[in-house]
Design a protein around this ligand. Structure first.
Ligand SMILES: Cc1ncc(COP(=O)(O)O)c(C=O)c1O
Length: 418
């Protein structure tokens, strides 16, 4: 494709060809979806043994009957498992219900009175592109959002320090430190060490929300290593400034798993006090099911390898389609993640909204343009999040063909109109 060529005639002829291909798609009545990062049925099937695994045996080693009320921090066996996911001591872990996002929402809500006592306006730093539902929590609580760019090493730490040094109404930052949603980046050791310094500048009640949703979700042969922020913060005397989250949503059943929270003992006590006004305890039966099913570190690693076998070919297909169509051309750049659930694509020109609309009109749903930015506003109108895990390979292949065509067409339309 000759998009680089400035010749108007050539562009117009390219536009005609692409339009013809696009119009042919209309006749196919497609109904494909590349939006949310959901596990496929084949992935969910890996955990079917969860059902019935307890075989009427509901007692813990210490004699606790998990069918009954109590134990807001979770059963000890599940806290041990949370400690594996978050690389912390079990005494620093609380095990929650079916959603880490709910725990994050509750955590933010529980900090609001403290933050409001310090500042009439509350602001959060949002690493972008990022996870849209983090941003929705901020909107829900009227927390102003400030975007900070993600680099290959993690967020731009210089800008973060400069922001918090000059604005005491900034009370937190959202981070997906490993296989980030949507780019797949893992924060470098230097970035994590820099985060450990942040509390000294940002104040005692500043919170780094460390959403380690993809802690065990490797796609490559060599898992990426994330430096342990808890230890780094402990060394710097800032352990209260970090709260960590994870869940088994994309390990076992999405929305039917268990979630983990970890922080200092002081923060755990405070959060438990807040939670105890709204619940007596989380679902311990499901916690025990997960412990019996996922067993230990080795078994979790083996289980995640099976996920990888199912989804790695899908990521390879996305990479192959993008590479074949765009390598060496000034149309788009994209990430090649070693883990997680997404590929993040940036169009070279400001056409992401046009691409999404074109795809939608021929039956391919993409995440709305801008969704990966606070307030749904991508300043470059370029980012598109691709979620390859859910559709079967044949549908993914077709959806990627449509996506590529829509990117080409939107780009040519843009260049013709310059
Ligand atoms: C970064 C991130 N955090 C949290 C979640 C949701 O996790 P849960 O199902 O535990 O609420 C997702 C799901 O897509 C995610 O991408």
């Amino acid at each position: 494709m000759a998009i680089n060529d400035s010749s108007v005639n050539q562009l117009a002829s390219e536009q005609k060809k692409l339009e013809a291909n696009y119009n042919a798609l209309r006749l196919e009545n497609l109904a494909l979806d590349l939006t949310r990062g959901k596990p496929s049925s084949a992935q969910l099937n890996l955990s079917n043994k969860l059902d019935g695994i307890l075989e009427d045996f509901f007692l813990l080693q210490d004699g606790t009957d998990v069918r009954n009320y109590g134990g807001i921090r979770g059963i000890p066996e599940a806290r041990d498992m949370g400690a594996l996911f978050l690389d912390v001591d079990p005494s620093n872990v609380m095990v929650g219900g079916n959603s880490s996002l709910t725990l994050m929402y509750q955590y933010v809500e529980h900090m609001l009175p403290i933050w409001r006592s310090e500042s009439s306006t509350i602001k959060f730093i949002c690493v972008t592109p990022g996870y849209d539902r983090h941003f929705t929590i901020c909107e829900q609580f009227s927390i102003e959002m400030i975007s900070v760019k993600l680099t290959n090493d993690g967020p731009d730490m210089e800008r973060i320090f400069s922001l918090v040094e000059n604005d005491s109404s900034i009370k937190g930052i959202w981070c997906v430190p490993k296989y980030s949603n949507p780019t797949g980046h893992t924060y470098s050791k230097k970035t994590v060490q820099s985060f450990a310094q942040l509390g000294k500048v940002a104040g005692d009640n500043f919170r780094i929300i460390w959403d380690n949703a993809y802690a065990v979700h490797h796609l490559g042969d060599t898992p990426e290593k994330l430096e342990n922020i808890k230890w780094a913060c402990e060394k710097e005397g800032t352990a209260d400034n970090v709260v960590m989250f994870a869940s088994t949503s994309k390990v076992t059943f999405a929305g039917g798993g268990i979630s983990f929270f970890s922080s200092s003992h002081k923060n755990l006590d405070d959060f438990e006090k807040y939670l105890s006004a709204q619940l007596i305890g989380f679902d311990k039966v499901n916690q025990l099911r997960h412990v019996r099913f996922l067993k230990n570190e080795l078994a979790i690693t083996e289980h995640m390898k099976k996920h990888k076998e199912i989804i790695q070919p899908k990521f390879a297909l996305v990479e192959a389609k993008l590479n074949t169509s765009f390598a060496g051309k000034n149309i788009a750049t994209w990430t090649k993640p070693n883990g997680g659930y997404f590929v993040s694509l940036d169009t070279t020109h400001k056409v992401a909204d046009k691409v999404v609309n074109l795809a939608s009109a021929v039956g391919v749903k993409l995440t709305p343009a801008g969704a990966t930015y606070p307030y749904g506003r991508d300043p470059n109108n370029s980012n598109i999040r691709i979620a390859p895990t859910y559709p079967p390979m044949s549908e993914l292949e077709k959806a990627m063909d449509v996506l590529v065509l829509c990117i080409e067409l939107a780009t040519v339309n843009h260049l013709v109109n310059i």
